[in-house]
Design a protein around this ligand. Structure first.
Ligand code: NOJ
Length: 447
């Protein structure tokens, strides 16, 4: 079997501002949620001070040289909202714009195509103080921020994503209590999801009205859900789990409505604001592409007691990484086929895919990452197979280029990078997987 990729395929790496920049108080940057809460609630943020991150803020020029040597065709990164609007929704920070100007120009000089997210998990603290994602004004704040970014960088960034993993970000803040404002209220969570969707629509509309040649989409965490059995009740459980977790955002962003399959699920649909249908009809603007973050599958079965009508479970037969992700490469093929069949022709990018180990403290040993080489090979084979089977996948971004903070999901405990960062000195070291990915890119195929 031949695992080749198309000539213009975008082999990339993904990362995000708060996870690698540091420079938390430089360039006029305002406080983000994790800047603010990591000291107040060290246990919630796993002791992970974003100011301790890899220092990409100062070292991006050297890091871009390294990306160039790696052969990267594209780099997915985010703009920190707190660098552009540090203190509130009106005052723009020139130093923030200058910083990203320079970073974007350096990527372009290196022939690396930028794909940028407007919002990747680092909500400004002022947003929380003023009412959070739930607040109706959130839609305008986000729209105004997006407009400033498009005005300044829109001529050079050809691919934009509005929000990274809204399903996880909004639920973490309103349903799971793991991120600010730390609520566990499903009623509010669904309303916040709807408001986040309206904010996304607003940004897409502004972008399109500004008449750029580029493309705009959003990055969604997509888990293929599999059913426990052939029992129609389990199949129904599978459909509902997938529809809420991923289909919710996909259908709303691509087709302008929530998944039809959830129509009878009052647990979810009953929590939406009364006028939600009107909102969708009035504000929907379709995306040009979807970014798919793929890590693991989900499994669902019928439940009499769970208010959703189903529950999810782990399939113990799949190996699990230290972070807790079950490893099932074929799931990526299945997801790609779902897109091909459900949203024919819509371009997708695999915007994240990666594996981690818990650090054990021996830097030399931690560079020998055969497990990541295996993971890359197996997942890229699925991407190639899916393209050959007709899926419109235009790029693959490995998560991640260099070691990060996982924020509220693990601080600095986990290794995800092709490049190791010694967090004491901020020195970078290439892992074995870096050299493997370099060969893949150079050959345009996987072995
Ligand atoms: C998805 C998130 O977008 C990213 O920020 C995170 O680090 C990875 N998953 C790994 O957990």
């Amino acid at each position: 079997m031949n695992f080749k990729f198309p000539k213009d395929f975008l082999f990339g790496c993904a990362s995000s501002a708060y996870q690698i920049e540091a420079g938390a108080k430089e360039g006029g940057k305002g406080e983000s949620v994790s800047d603010h809460y990591h000291t107040l609630y060290p246990e919630k943020y796993c002791g992970g001070d974003p100011a301790f991150a890899a220092d990409f803020y100062h070292r991006y020029r050297e890091d871009i040289k390294d990306m160039k040597e790696l052969g990267l065709k594209s780099f997915r990164f985010s703009i920190a909202w707190t660098r552009i609007f540090p203190n509130g929704p009106t005052e723009v920070c020139q130093a923030g714009l200058d910083y990203y100007d320079d970073l974007i120009n350096a990527l372009l000089e290196a022939d690396i195509v930028p794909l940028f997210d407007l919002f990747h998990s680092d909500l400004p603290y002022w947003v929380i103080e003023m009412g959070g994602i739930l607040c109706p004004e959130f839609v305008d704040w986000f729209g105004d921020y997006a407009r400033v970014c498009f005005e300044h960088f829109g001529d050079r960034i050809p691919y934009w994503s509005t929000i990274n993993e809204p399903s996880i970000n909004v639920m973490a803040s309103y349903a799971y209590g793991t991120n600010a404002p730390f609520l566990k209220d499903m009623d509010l969570a669904i309303k916040a999801c709807h408001n986040a969707l309206l904010a996304h629509y607003r940004a897409v509309k502004i972008y399109k009205e500004m008449g750029f040649d580029g493309k705009i989409g959003a990055v969604i965490h997509v888990q293929p859900t599999y059913s426990l059995s052939f029992d129609p009740k389990d199949i129904h459980a599978m459909d509902h789990d997938f529809a809420f977790y991923a289909g919710w955002w996909l259908d709303a962003m691509i087709k302008g409505h929530y998944p039809e399959v959830l129509a009878d699920n009052t647990y979810y649909m009953g929590k939406l604001p009364e006028n939600y249908q009107e909102d969708l009809e009035k504000y929907f603007v379709p995306v040009d592409f979807i970014g798919v973050n793929f890590y693991n599958p989900s499994h669902a079965k019928f439940s009499e007691t769970d208010p959703r009508g189903y529950e999810t479970f782990r399939n113990e037969s799949y190996p699990t990484d230290d972070y807790g992700f079950a490893n099932y490469p074929q799931g990526l093929f299945d997801v790609a086929m779902h897109f091909k069949n459900t949203y024919p022709d819509l371009p997708i990018f695999i915007t994240e895919n990666g594996i981690s180990k818990r650090k054990w403290g021996n830097l030399e040993e931690e560079r020998r990452d055969d497990y990541r080489i295996r993971y890359l090979r197996e997942h890229l084979r699925e991407v190639s197979r899916a393209i050959q089977a007709g899926a419109n996948i235009q790029g693959y971004y490995h998560w991640t280029l260099m070691d990060t903070t996982e924020g509220y999901a693990g601080g600095y405990k986990f290794i995800f990078g092709l490049v190791q960062v010694d967090f004491e000195t901020k020195e970078r070291y290439r892992r074995d997987s870096w050299y493997y990915y370099q060969k893949v890119i150079a050959n345009g195929m996987v072995d």
